[in-house]
Design a protein around this ligand. Sequence first.
Ligand SMILES: N[C@@H](CCC(=O)N[C@@H](CS)C(=O)NCC(=O)O)C(=O)O
Length: 229
Amino acid sequence: MPLTVHHLQAGQSERIPWLCEELQIPYNLILHQRAPIFSPQSIKDLNPLGQAPVIQDGDLTLAESAACIEYIIHTYGNGRLALPPSHKNYADYLYWFHFANGTLQPHVATMLQISHLDKDMFGPAGVRSKERFGKILAFIDARLKEDNWLAGEEFTAADIMIVFTFTTMRSFYPYDLSEYEGILRYLERVSQREGYRKARAKADPELELMVGGKPPRSFVEKLRAEGKL
Ligand SMILES: N[C@@H](CCC(=O)N[C@@H](CS)C(=O)NCC(=O)O)C(=O)O
């Protein structure tokens, strides 16, 4: 039985079908729709925190994007898309792989919470987090002006980890990337990858590729317009 990948649509689990397409390994993709914003029961049944991604391989059920990615790379991918300790960019690879979900994504998730709870971003928490966010984006932008990919000249799983926050996450917390040329050119390169396009078409066929500077349509507003909220 091939690897099973559970994807909560419009969510971080988009990373896993993308990885499988890049590695060209067989996988069984199961799509779960949000209900209407958070996970449906089908994801809660798989993971105590009700979060996706979740993968299943025989008796194993595993969550957390980074854990799923490492598992797939080393179990099915022969280590491809990870850089080994002998590689000159090994430390860069580790740094950016962990930066994606260790710093960038939690920061945007916090901003999303502040914007919902405080209703604006002009209170002390909002101002401080926006200021820090500017620094984070400028830092990544500078990195992506040096090299085509986060870890250097090779595309790696670090790239698969980070792209969600620059794309689909912006339909939840809309932020503009227009002034970040390095990031925008990077997203353009990402959007030309066959693996990315195939995975997006399978995982979220109704969603546009959110690779432009301007934020995409808000997911919550779309639900409101459809009468689902
Ligand atoms: N750190 C986790 C975060 C997973 C996560 O928060 N996934 C969101 C989708 S973006 C989710 O499952 N949300 C539904 C919910 O919490 O009910 C990972 O990378 O797997």
